[in-house]
Structure formats: structure tokens, C-alpha cells
Ligand binder design. Sequence first.
Ligand SMILES: [Zn+2]
Length: 414
Amino acid sequence: MLASAFMVGPAREATKGATRDSLRRHNLATVLRRVHRGGPQSRSALTAATGLNRSTIGALVAELVECGLVEEGEPEATGSAGRPSPLVRASTDHVVAAAVDIGTKWLTVAIGGIGGTLVTRVHRETNNDGRPYEETIAELCDLLDEVVGDLLPTQHLFAVGIAAPGVVRAHDGFVHFAPNLGWREVNLGADLAAHLGDDIVVFVANEAHLGARAEHLRGAGAGVEDLIYLSSEIGVGGGTIIAGRLQLGADGYSGEIGHIPVNTGPDATSCRCGSVGCLEAETGALALLALTGHQHTDHLSDAVRGIIATAAAGDEDVQRSLHEIGVRLGRGLAGMVNLLNPRRIVLGGYFADAFEFLAAGIDAELAQHTLSPSRSGVTIVPAALQEDSALLGALEIALEPLLLDPARSPAAAA
Ligand SMILES: [Zn+2]
């Protein structure tokens, strides 16, 4: 079953006319979201945080346990008189979701659940760059079948969230264009939904949008309401969060910072999008290989790691190349800072690994090309979730229907 990648949420506020059932479901969702985002907490902490009374929280937690979404553990010692309060924590024993990351050079499928933890994963290095779409999808379906086949008999797969490095239509997971996979106009969401069957909800979204969401929720952007996230591999993707909400644009195509022109000179590099001098072509992993005199390789991640290690070992030529990448990156980011006034910019992918060598170049360009009030209010940091940003974002969209309405749990229906 195919669904829109970004649900409208959070759950509606209960109004005067709301039925008891809708009020109960709203409260269930409130409690589940607190445990999902805040980690294990006592019933008394949930009571204090939600303003609901103790017996209501007790009944809601019992229902969430029945839905297979949380479990209750040993009570916390309170150090004060009265009964100790049981600890409520997320459970992946009954309801799980799959998160998929389709990279240019890899396929990863992981299983996770409420609480945002990935409990198992299968990672395969494969060259998807220019490979026929049908072959990549067939291999991905095999990996999904393998992971699903390894689920415990008690575990229900609820949904699959897919991170794709391309221009993804938000409402149905249709991929218009994924230049670094060679995909054009492919029906990724519908094809995977057909393979998985009617009981499993499928969501597809742009990998940088998902990375932004995960870093905002659990990573280097936690607690920040206005941020820009950049991913970097061969491609450079972007996701923008304003006032705490991911910005999709009219159809879901926003955030393509990788195709902002940063070099209009005669030495501009051709971009796979058909343009020249795009940020992606000038700062992506292939630009780094070119600047440091390396050939394109199927083992791109290893090559990039090797280059960064050489810089860390003190090679000044490689450090200068990385500085140049930082300068180009700063030029692209300057426009974003002027336009959006972000509080934080989170750099993912290889930009995170090479951060110490990029930072001075970025700073210099921002100092030159941004208005000082916006510049002084923004900090630039490496991503905290490393290669899991997109995967954790994919898990998050897969869990969204449950977080909005926990009574939809397949364990509740079982
Ligand atoms: Zn481009």
C-alpha cells in the first residue's frame, strides 16, 4: 500500500465536540510520541509532562502495551515516599518498520521501531550508478525479503520508509529524476508497494529531506527550529527545516541546494543534471577525487575516507584541496543563509568527516557574501548521525502513521 511520505500532523487538538474515542486516540498519540522522542520515562514523568491524571496515564500506557508499541520495566527508585513509578519504554518486540537507504554505491535495509532505534540491518555495497532500475529494485526486494524473513514470529512489519537520492514526488513516491543513479520517471513507490503487498504501507522521500528530519529530531539539529541540512556523496542534497517543519515546496522538490550554481567560469564542471558549475559538481565526492588527482572508483567511500585520512596525517596539498571544497561550499551556503536566516547548518556525508578541513573555507565565504546579522546567528556543525541520517529519517516516516494514531498498530488488531 502506497502512502504520502509526509503525513499532516501532529494529531488534531481535541476540541469540545470531540468524541471520547478521538480524545483517547489523541492522548495515546501524545504519550507514544513522548516515549518515542524522549526515551524511557516513568509513568509519573508522563503524568507531569502531559497534564493528564495518573489513572488516565496508567490506562493509556496499558493500551499502548496492548498495541505492542511500549513495554513497562522495573520501577524507578524515586527516593521519596509512595509507590515507585514503572518505567515506560519503546518496544520492538511486536511492531517494526523497515528503513531503506538507496545510495549510489550501496543498498541498506534496516529494521527499527518506536524509539527510533535500528535493531538489525543488511548493508550491501553495490554499484547502482547507471545500473538498470529494474536490477536495483530486484536486489532491493531480495534484501527486504531477507530482512523480513528474519523477523521474529511475534514481530509485525507495519511500514517501509525509503530514502532515495533524487527528485521524489511527495504524494506517491514517484521519482522524476535521480541523476546519480541514472533514473528518470520511475515509479519507485508503486513498484515496492506491489512487491510488499497490501498490508504494508510504503513511503518514499528524498534522502536529504529524511536526513534533515533525523538530524533535527535526534542529531546535530536537535532543539533547533530553523536549520539547513546537507548530505554529500556523489550528489549533494539538502533539506530545510523552518519553524520546526520540513519544507517540501509545492510538490516535494525543495532543497535541491546541490544544483545551485557556484561556478559560472570557464572551468565550471559539468553536472549530471545537465547544467554546469552546480554546487554538487563542484563539491561532491567526484569533485574531491578530481581535485586530489584520483580516478573515479567503484569503491568511492573508501577512496574518500583515504583522502580525508591523508589530510589528517598532515598532507598539505590534500588539505588545500579540501579547503577549496570548503570555499565552494561556503559560496553556495551564503545564498541559503541570506535567504533563510537559519540558526544552524548541519553538514552530513563526507562533509561531516572532512569538517575540520572545510570549516575555514566556508567561514571565509560566508563572511564575504552574507549579511552580518544572519551570519552571526548561524553555526555550522557536522552531522551527528553519520551514515545513518537518511536511514533514521526513513524509519521516522514509516512510523508516522503509528505516531499519529497508535490504535492503527497491527498488534492491536491481532
Ligand atoms: Zn546540477
